[in-house]
Design a protein. Structure first.
Length: 650
């Protein structure tokens, strides 16, 4: 047997299916086998493998997660091929990838292992396709940014060998575990992956042991693969940084000695602390930067209105508000508005106007009501009212400016309109369009199609694959979906690489599949998706409790002014007390404890109140309750309370 391909999977069901399909195509004419090892996935991967590839794939099903290295070794132990390929499940290979690698290995008998040119899902070259041994000095250049500043310098650019042409073949030192091709006799000599590495670092260790055994590693640019990178593991997290650098310390202790080992470990630990500090700082700036800027703007608005009211309305003949306004009232007003904007989801993307209206309205109600009993903030309801109005205008304007910078459109209230182009032959794009519309609920506008050759294709035919960049620019397309059934992965990968500079989102429909897959999302039939409820998350449930307390307090404090508007004032007051003390929710399910939904306490209002008393009563309770559990947000509760507070207690 020529080739054994080992794929270790963990919770990437759709990516795995696409990967296996591409592997099967690339194995045509090659005597090979595919071994899939699943590390106790919970996303239906096992059922998919058994039902779709049960007779053509050797399947090892683990009932725990023993780690990447051990799982690969399970596959290596039963592999029969003269060559072994360790392949990530979130990859797509060209039809000629394996035959190209076999020819290269036959022509280079000193080659013990090789890697290939890797692109991400948007066609961008992945620098980890070729790397040097991470010695202390090389690691120092990488950790402290010198490699990024001087990528063409042979001294500084060694980590990712950035001074080498990515489109040419090169002997290298370190391969990527996403695609690691090795001769079986080399693996038999040096052993499988070191199981001390649970995740990350095992590819560096294995590559180095190949070199130590007298063989050479090579980077092969003659073929390309897509590596979605981050679908198997999320590489931007602080946890990734910690686990990766711990793996580097294991590598240093194993292969470096004396001063080199200590120096390497010092740099690694320094990098962990530096990256952790930068991650916390970046996260803090990202989360608090916008609210802090708006807090300053709101404070300035309050002071401006106060100055106007002071000089032209209240104290025309002289005098001024006391210093407590500046020292106490204005900061309290500011915190109330910013806090309510945060709770309402005013800082969450995509930006929407209703949460801003709700936050500023309830800010006015809360300040105006509480000021009755707190003299330190009791000055002028006119100032509070005007501050609410101008805060709303400011909030809409700032978000419009942010959206203008990010999306090129000031009016952020409408969702970004996707303009999609389909790519494939005539039959392929017709099948693709039908699937998108009928099976996966694809709501974007399909602008037209591009086909491999001209003229031809179904209407509206926009051009050929070679004209893709021009077509995308002319029609302002935001996404292109390729039909792999009619185009083939080699053509698609080449086109994706060519279109990388356009920034357009690119997705692929694998051959025979009923889903479309891209870097950031998967379009799949609704019945295949696992149900997820917003109310099942800790964050949303905490948000709901906070909303109940704040809104319940606001309703109670405003009760003396508005009691006559309630249908049953006495009962309403009793119910509000229950909400304030956590015995009931302000908004809950229509039915009591509906099966299959996250549990909630009884509610004073429901989704039926949102639709109006008469219209709502005519609708089924079950779908309304499920919709509420799935889409719960602070602003949804606020909308229901704002529209129907008079019905509390009925």
């Amino acid at each position: 047997m020529q080739l054994s391909i080992i794929i270790v999977n963990y919770n990437v069901r759709y990516f795995l299916e696409q990967c296996i399909i591409s592997v099967k195509r690339a194995l045509e004419g090659i005597d090979g086998e595919v071994i899939v090892v699943d590390n106790n996935s919970s996303d239906g991967s096992q059922e998919m493998i058994r039902s779709k590839f049960g007779e053509t794939v050797i399947f090892i099903e683990n009932h725990d997660n023993p780690g990447f290295s051990k799982a690969n070794n399970q596959g290596i132990a039963i592999a029969k091929g003269a060559h072994i390929l360790l392949l990530n499940p979130d990859t797509v290979v060209e039809e000629t990838t394996f035959s190209t690698c076999l020819k290269f290995m036959e022509a280079n008998p000193s080659a013990g292992a090789l890697g290939v040119k890797m692109l991400d899902g948007q066609g961008v070259f992945l620098p980890e396709s070729k790397r040097a041994l991470p010695t202390p000095l090389v690691s120092f250049y990488k950790i402290f940014g010198l490699a990024a500043l001087f990528p063409q310098n042979k001294a500084f650019g060694q980590y990712h060998l950035t001074y080498l042409d990515k489109d040419e073949n090169h002997p290298i030192e370190i391969l990527s575990g996403a695609f690691m091709w090795m001769r079986k006799k080399v693996v038999d000599k040096i052993g499988g992956l070191d199981e001390t590495f649970f995740m990350y670092g095992e590819d560096i260790d294995q590559s180095y042991r190949v070199i130590q055994a007298g063989w050479h590693n090579h980077y092969l640019a003659d073929t390309r693969i897509i590596h979605y990178k981050g679908e198997s593991t999320k590489k931007g997290s602080l946890n990734y940084v910690k686990v990766f650098y711990q793996a580097m310390i294991i590598f240093a202790k194993k292969h470096f000695g004396g001063r080199n080992q200590q120096l390497f470990i010092f740099f690694i630990k320094l990098a962990v602390y530096l990256r952790a500090f930068l991650a916390v700082l970046r996260r803090g700036v990202k989360k608090l930067g916008f609210p802090m800027i708006e807090a300053g703007l709101i404070y300035a608005i309050i002071q401006g209105i106060k100055a106007y009211w002071e000089h032209y309305v209240r104290y025309i003949e002289g005098g001024s508000y006391p210093e407590s306004f500046d020292q106490v009232a204005a900061p309290v007003y500011t915190l109330v508005f910013v806090g309510l904007l945060g709770l309402a989801g005013g800082y969450r993307r995509p930006f929407r106007i209703p949460p801003l209206i709700m936050a500023t309205f309830w800010g006015f109600v809360a300040i105006a009501t509480v000021s009755y009993v707190v003299p330190e903030i009791n000055f002028s309801r006119a100032i509070v009212g005007l501050s609410s109005i101008f805060t709303l205008i400011m909030a809409i304007s700032t978000r419009g400016l942010v959206h203008l910078k990010e999306k090129g459109n000031f009016f952020f209230t409408e969702a970004r309109h996707k303009r999609v182009i389909l790519a494939g032959d005539e039959n392929g794009v017709l099948r693709l369009a039908k699937m998108l519309r009928n099976e996966v609920g694809f709501s974007a506008e399909i602008v037209g199609v591009i086909c491999p050759k001209a003229p031809g294709g179904p209407d509206p035919w926009l051009g050929t694959l070679g004209q893709s960049e021009v077509v995308i620019t002319h029609y302002r397309a935001s996404e292109i979906v390729f039909d792999a059934d009619s185009l083939g992965n080699s053509t698609i990968i080449r086109t994706i690489e060519e279109l990388a500079p356009t920034g357009v989102e690119m997705k692929i429909r694998p051959p025979g599949a009923n889903f479309v897959i891209g870097s950031q999302e998967v379009y799949a039939p609704v019945h295949q998706k696992r149900k997820s409820y917003a109310l099942a998350t800790f964050r949303r449930r905490t948000q709901k409790k906070v909303f109940d307390w704040i809104s319940g307090l606001g309703l109670l404090l405003s009760f003396p002014l508005l009691f006559y508007r309630y249908k049953r004032p006495g009962k309403a007051f009793e119910c509000m007390l229950q909400a304030l003390f956590g015995q009931r929710h302000l908004v809950g399910y229509i039915e009591a404890n509906p099966a299959g939904l996250p549990p909630l306490k009884p509610g004073l209002l429901t989704m039926r109140n949102r639709l109006g008393s008469d219209n709502g009563q005519q609708l089924n309770a079950a779908p309304l309750d499920e919709f509420y559990a799935k889409t719960y947000s602070w602003e949804l509760d606020a909308e229901i309370v704002f529209r129907s507070w008079r019905y509390i207690g009925t």
